[in-house]
Design a protein around this ligand. Structure first.
Ligand SMILES: [Zn+2]
Length: 134
C-alpha cells in the first residue's frame, strides 16, 4: 500500500463523511459505504414525508402578514431533497467504484445490486470476510 493511499485512508477514517473516490479495501470501508447509502435513503424518506406534510401549512401561513419568511422553508426543503437525491444517485460502488445505481442509459435509485459488478447492498466480498483466511 502506497504512502498516499495510507494518508487518504487515514483522512477518510478521521472524517465521518464517506469518500467514494477511494474503492473500499477493508470490511470497515465497505460498512462505512453501506451506512452512508442507508443514511441517504433514510433521510430521503424522513425528510420527504415530513417536508411534504409540513409544506402545505407553511405556505399557507406565509401568506399572512409578517409570516412571509416561512415560505422560504419549503424552498430549503426542496433544495435539500435535491441534494440528497443527487448524492444517492451518484453513490459510487465501494467494490468497483462506478455509479451504483446508474448504467447509461438506465438508472434506478432503488436497485439493490450494483449495475456494474453486482454486489448487493450490505455485502462484503468473501475475500475480505474475517474468517475467509482460515
Ligand atoms: Zn459495483
Amino acid at each position: 500500500m502506497s504512502a498516499a493511499r495510507i494518508r487518504a485512508l487515514e483522512t477518510q477514517a478521521a472524517s465521518t463523511r464517506y469518500d467514494a473516490s477511494l474503492a473500499a479495501q477493508t470490511v470497515a470501508e465497505y460498512e462505512k459505504a453501506w451506512r452512508y447509502l442507508r443514511a441517504l435513503r433514510r433521510w430521503f424518506v424522513i425528510l420527504g414525508l415530513v417536508g411534504f406534510v409540513a409544506s402545505v401549512p407553511l405556505v399557507d401561513l406565509s401568506h399572512r402578514p409578517r409570516l412571509g419568511f416561512l415560505g422560504v422553508l419549503p424552498m430549503l426543503w426542496m433544495v435539500t431533497m435535491l441534494f440528497i437525491v443527487a448524492q444517492w444517485n451518484l453513490f459510487r460502488c465501494p467494490r468497483c467504484g462506478k455509479a451504483f445505481h446508474i448504467r447509461f442509459p438506465r438508472g434506478n435509485g432503488f436497485i439493490r445490486r450494483c449495475h456494474h459488478c453486482g454486489i448487493r447492498i450490505g455485502d462484503v466480498p468473501a475475500e475480505l470476510e474475517p474468517d475467509a483466511s482460515g
